[in-house]
Design a protein around this ligand. Structure first.
Ligand code: SF4
Ligand code: SF4
Length: 293
């Protein structure tokens, strides 16, 4: 089983559309992992059935027992994150502001405060219309530790792939270079970086490649909307050439991407024959490259 991760230095490059296209082409040969848990949207293109659904807990949050609380106000006064409020009678913790430091628990004179595990999101395993399994999750707004949730998504996808004897795990990674991306890259066999010919696209490609290099993973690059700025496309080509990154393909600008997302389908199902050919060729190159390793 080989693990392929699709990432981008920035959002809006078409990363998820291409990940979903590879998921479509691989069909039942792959388990799909949506590691973009901060803004999960693979499910919009894959019609998952949410067959398995569980809460994801991470970190701690203070909880006040108002039956015990004597309304002394000490916790409200001392919490440096202003995470405690009162209506004059009852004291309560503001979920989004509590940093889980535990200080209020230690200072409450009557032991009315305890630390509880914080629900940080939902975790799902779904069958999809593409005849594969999608492992996905959704981080609660304002919740932290998305790297931990990404690690859970990847671990489960890998376990299912091994159990069901699948050839591939295809992961839609998070944009950027933070903790969730590092989690997405960990243990991968092959990385596809999707970029676009803008100043920020090139800048973010270089940043994310610096990160990828630390993992020593075979890496390739797709330049989406390459015809929008030939000058920067050439600079991207020079960069990936100098770093011996495999140039998978250039994709021309097309409304097909946004049309497909609006319709909840992949770009491969949207009838643009030239686009279909380019993406199919890219997938064949990935498969050949990864199996040659
Ligand atoms: S410190 Fe304890 S007793 Fe005082 S207001 Fe806070 S929870 Fe209530
Ligand atoms: S755990 Fe820390 S951040 Fe949360 S309410 Fe208590 S003192 Fe404030």
């Amino acid at each position: 089983m080989k693990e392929i991760v699709v990432i981008s230095g920035k959002g809006g490059t078409g990363k998820t559309s291409l990940s979903a296209s590879f998921a479509f082409l691989s069909g039942s040969e792959a388990i799909i992992a949506d590691c973009d848990v901060d803004a999960a949207d693979m499910h919009l293109l894959m019609s998952p059935d949410f067959a398995h659904n569980e809460d994801f807990y991470s970190g701690q949050m203070a909880s006040i027992d108002n039956e015990v609380c004597t309304s002394c106000g000490l916790c409200l006064e001392k919490c440096r994150f202003d995470a405690i409020e009162t209506d004059g009678e009852r004291y309560q913790v503001k979920e989004l502001d509590c940093e889980g430091c535990g200080y209020c628990e230690r200072i409450c004179p009557v032991g009315a405060i305890s630390m509880k595990e914080q629900k940080a999101g939902q975790f799902y395993i779904s069958g999809t219309r593409m005849k594969n399994t999608l492992v996905h999750a959704r981080l609660r707004a304002g919740a932290e530790n998305s790297g931990k949730l990404v690690a859970k998504v990847k671990k489960e996808a890998k376990r299912l792939a091994e159990q069901e004897n699948k050839k591939y795990v295809i992961a839609d990674g998070s944009p950027g270079i933070g903790c969730p991306v590092i989690s997405s890259l960990s243990g991968a066999d092959y990385v596809v970086i999707v970029t676009e010919p803008t100043v920020s696209g090139l800048h973010d490609l270089k940043r994310v490649y610096e990160l990828v290099k630390k993992f020593d993973i075979k890496t390739s690059c797709i330049i989406n909307k390459h015809d929008l700025n030939p000058e920067i496309t050439n600079r991207i080509m020079d960069f990936i050439d100098s770093e011996s990154v495999v140039h998978l393909c250039n994709i021309p600008y097309s409304n097909t991407f946004t049309d497909a997302i609006t319709r909840g389908i992949t770009v491969l199902e949207n009838g643009d024959t030239e686009m279909i050919k380019v993406i199919k060729n890219a997938w064949e190159t990935i498969k050949k490259s990864i199996n040659d390793k």
